[in-house]
Design a protein around this ligand. Sequence first.
Ligand code: ZN
Length: 159
Amino acid sequence: MQTDVWNILDTCAFLSQTHPDGKIATANGIEDEIVNRQSKQYYSNLKSKGLKIVEPQNDSIEYVEKVAQRTGDLDVLSSIDLKILALGHEFEGIIISDDFSIQNAALHMKLEVISCSGNEIKELRVWKYKCSACNRISKDKKESCEVCGSEDIFRIKAK
Ligand SMILES: [Zn+2]
C-alpha cells in the first residue's frame, strides 16, 4: 500500500469502514450522507485521527463537470459526488467509492479507484441517451426528445 498518496473517501468508506490506511481526506458535506450512528461514530473517530475535510476549488468542480458531461455521468452525480471527484483531481489521489458513475468519471480522469465492496468497473463507459419512442440517440440528456418530443428518454452504453 502506498502511504504517501492521498485516499479520497466516499460514503462507502464510512459505511463499510473499509479503506486504505495512510493519508485520508473527504469532501466537506459528506457527513450529511452518513446516516447511521455507527458510521457517524467512525467518521468522527477518523476526524480525530487526522481525516482531512476539504472543500474543493470551483475550477476543479468545473473540470469534473466537463469530464462527467462528456462521459454522460453528470446527471447522476450528486454535488457530493462531484466534490469527491474534484478532490481526487486536486490531490492526485485514489478515490475510494462504490458508485459506478464516480468510478467511471474517475477512470476517465486517469485516477485510481478502489471500491469498498470489491465491485470495480472493468471498462470505461461513455453514456448516450435514447428516446424510447423514436429511437433517436443523442449525446446529451434532454428533457424531451428533439425529434418526436417524447419525454421517455433512457441512458444507454455508447461503447
Ligand atoms: Zn423521439
